[in-house]
Structures are given as structure tokens and as C-alpha cells.
Design a protein. Structure first.
Ligand SMILES: [Zn+2]
Ligand SMILES: [Zn+2]
Length: 316
């Protein structure tokens, strides 16, 4: 099969043998995948990952020991826990210390014609979910996870830092809980996508001359947390979504004095994301800039690096 692998810091288009599913796994033909900011960070050295890249995808099961899965259109959770340790038994296996993570940690990803995943990671897609919406299920789940960390209500206001895919998703998701959503980014074209939904946007958070109950750092860069600290109310909560290669520098005293809570936030529930898609109409398809064939992955990665671009898809 054709696959896009990371070797050192180089992205290579390769021919590889088709993966062979183990007893509990399905073999899935990938029909569409999305390049994520995490993929760009992996190329810079984040997690020291080597192997086939990619974790956002939709596909169709071609082989599985439980025959009812065969032919189903699926999305898949990206964490593959060991299932045997204290943390796995404790009920939050996404934190399993010996987990593999699809296309991120010790597990070949989805920028390939085929991928294998444990059956328990799979979610069959309802027919109302389009291929493009399906590719957004993973980041949408990550955005919905914020709600479960801060429990916003309609009296709260929230500022989203970052107008990348995750920032735009977080703004739309939080808007279902409170009308008071603000988003700061660097790209008027991206901000316009959520502005038309009534979300207030700016190129500089100073414009509003106010502070916020909640701030989501979705900048993807080390400066995001420091900026969040400038605009958070005392006792406010900052949810950090950014992962990057390198370290962030922040004023810990400011955090202590104002009793700010910093909350790291990673993956969310696919089941909740699929439920959400049933009820809400989000700007998803309009976030896609371009869809490349898998063999043009090098070009696709170059496009994904362009700061003006929101989402680049790959079709095997
Ligand atoms: Zn991602
Ligand atoms: Zn475990």
C-alpha cells in the first residue's frame, strides 16, 4: 500500500506491505484523512515519532473477526491502552502509561491506504455524517472535552485564543452553552467563519478591554498561555489545548496571586462528538481548504503549513 511515513524529520511517500490485523483488530480502508497541527509538530520532532503519520480519518472496515463490522463506515479513537494496568482498570485508559496513540506514539497512523485499529476503538457512522464531517470527529471530540472541564453556563464568558481548526471548533462548541464567546486570531478569513455565527472576533484581545471567566489556549504555540494569563479573571480557568515541540515561559506568580486554574486538555469522547453532530450544525466543510490525493502528501504538508490554511485533507 501507499503510505506517508515520518523518518527523522523527513516526510516520505512509501510503498509498504498492507498491515495485518491482530485478533481484536479491524483492517480499515482509509477513505479520507485530515492533516492536523499535531502532525506538523511531529515533523518538527514532537514525541520523537517515527512511522506512518495521521490520526484523523474516516474509513470502511474490510476485515474483522466480528463479521458485523465488515463493510461499516467508521471513525476510530486514537488511544490504544494496554488494558491491563491500574490506570486502565481505573476507568480512564486514555492515560494508560504504556498506551500507543494512532500516528503519534508507537502505532502507525492513517495516512495510508489501510490501517488497523482495535474493534473497541471504532464507532460506526450514521449515514447523516458526511465524509468530511467524519474527519472532524476527533478534533470535535477534543473541543467538546472542554465543556466537561469547565462546565460553562450562559452567565460565563469565554475567550478562545487561536483561529486554527481547534480554536474555531472550540468557539462553536462553547457557543452552545453560552452566547458570550470571543475569539482572537491572526487571520480575518478564518475568523469570518465564526463571526457569521455571532461569535465576537478580533486580531488582538486588548480590543475588548476586559477579562474573561474562561480562556481556551488553542494557539498551538508557547506564547498562548502567557497571553491567556493577561486576560483571565481572578479565579478563572485556562484550558490549554496547545501541544508543541519546546517549552512555554509563564509568570507563575501571576497565576498564584489570582488563583488561576490551568487545565491541560487532550482527547474527548467520540460518542459525544457523534451525538453533537446529530443536534448541531457546525462550520466544518467550510473549514476545508483543499483535498490532495495521498501521493501528493508532500505538497499537502506544505499547504498545511501555510498560516492562512485551516484544513488540508488527504484522500488515499
Ligand atoms: Zn489532530
Ligand atoms: Zn494500561
Amino acid at each position: 500500500m501507499k503510505a506517508i511515513a515520518l523518518k527523522g524529520r523527513n516526510i516520505c511517500v512509501e510503498e509498504r506491505p498492507d498491515p495485518v490485523p491482530t485478533k481484536n483488530e479491524a483492517l480499515i480502508r482509509v477513505t479520507k484523512a485530515g492533516i492536523c497541527n499535531t502532525d506538523l509538530e511531529l515533523v518538527k520532532g514532537y514525541m520523537n515519532f517515527e512511522g506512518i503519520l495521521g490520526h484523523e480519518f474516516v474509513g470502511r472496515v474490510v476485515e474483522a473477526c466480528e463479521k458485523e463490522w465488515i463493510g461499516r463506515r467508521v471513525v476510530g479513537e486514537i488511544n490504544i491502552p494496554c488494558g491491563q494496568c491500574e490506570i486502565c482498570f481505573g476507568g480512564d485508559p486514555k492515560h494508560c502509561p504504556s498506551r500507543m496513540v494512532l500516528g503519534i506514539q508507537q502505532k502507525d497512523g492513517v495516512f495510508a491506504e489501510f490501517v488497523t485499529l482495535p474493534l473497541e476503538n471504532l464507532h460506526a457512522l450514521p449515514s447523516n455524517v458526511s465524509e468530511i464531517e467524519a474527519v472532524f470527529v476527533e478534533p470535535l471530540a477534543a473541543a467538546i472535552a472542554i465543556i466537561d472541564q469547565i462546565y460553562p453556563d450562559q452567565n460565563n464568558d469565554a475567550l478562545i485564543l487561536g483561529d486554527g481548526k481547534l480554536g474555531l471548533l472550540a468557539a462553536q462548541v462553547l457557543q452552545t452553552r453560552t452566547p458570550n464567546i470571543f475569539c482572537v486570531g491572526r487571520h480575518p478569513r478564518k475568523l469570518a467563519l465564526i463571526e457569521k455565527r455571532g461569535i465576537q472576533t478580533a486580531l488582538d484581545a486588548g480590543k475588548w478591554d476586559r477579562k474573561f471567566d474562561f480562556i481556551v489556549d488553542a494557539t498551538g504555540n508557547p506564547q498562548g498561555i502567557a497571553e491567556a494569563l493577561c486576560f483571565i479573571k481572578p479565579k478563572g480557568k485556562i484550558v490549554i489545548k496547545s501541544t508543541f515541540e519546546g517549552l512555554a515561559k509563564i509568570d507563575i506568580s501571576a497565576l498564584v496571586v489570582s488563583e488561576i486554574q490551568l487545565l491541560g486538555s487532550r482527547c474527548g469522547s467520540f460518542a459525544k462528538a457523534l451525538e453533537f453532530l446529530k443536534k448541531e450544525t457546525l462550520e466544518l466543510e467550510s473549514m476545508v481548504d483543499v483535498d490532495f490525493p495521498l501521493g501528493k502528501a508532500l505538497e499537502a504538508f506544505e499547504r498545511a503549513k501555510d498560516p492562512e490554511v485551516i484544513k488540508v485533507l488527504l484522500t488515499p
